[in-house]
Design a protein. Structure first.
Length: 145
């Protein structure tokens, strides 16, 4: 089990600064691990997030709704969706009443990919935590926000 002070060879003036750096360092570590995991599937963690949002919606939803629900508010969400569209994982349609409104939904191919990912995507990144510790961590992160 690593210690942030040893991992980045640094001393911290107080525990709040240490916690802040630790959150950022750990988030970066998780992002790196997720990117590695999704590479063989040909999608990014952000694209996975979009596909999960669309699967959860059960029907077509506005592009703006997807952007609002994303974990990472990606300014390039439209480009991420373009790439999913090219791979036939999502579909896009314009609203007939208001041409400025664009809807998206997940395709059968997108659902199949998510199903495949679900079978191998485990939470091994958090394997060192008990269920109670994971709840405590989640509660503390909520408290920060």
């Amino acid at each position: 089990m690593g210690d942030i002070a040893k991992d980045i060879n640094s001393k911290f003036p107080n525990n709040r600064i240490k916690a802040h750096i630790n959150i950022r360092y750990t988030a970066n570590w998780i992002n790196s691990k997720e990117s590695e995991f999704f590479k063989p599937y040909g999608i990014s963690p952000q694209q996975y997030n979009i596909l999960r949002i669309l699967r959860g919606s059960g029907d077509k939803i506005k592009v703006q709704t997807v952007k609002n629900r994303m974990i990472e508010r990606a300014p390039n969400a439209t480009r991420l969706m373009d790439k999913l569209l090219e791979k036939n994982l999502i579909e896009r349609t314009r609203c007939e009443e208001d041409r400025r409104v664009v809807y998206v939904n997940i395709t059968e191919e997108g659902l199949l990919l998510l199903s495949e990912i679900d079978q191998s995507f485990n939470l091994s990144l958090l394997k060192n935590l008990t269920d109670e510790e994971a709840k405590q961590l989640s509660d503390l992160l909520d408290k920060i926000r």
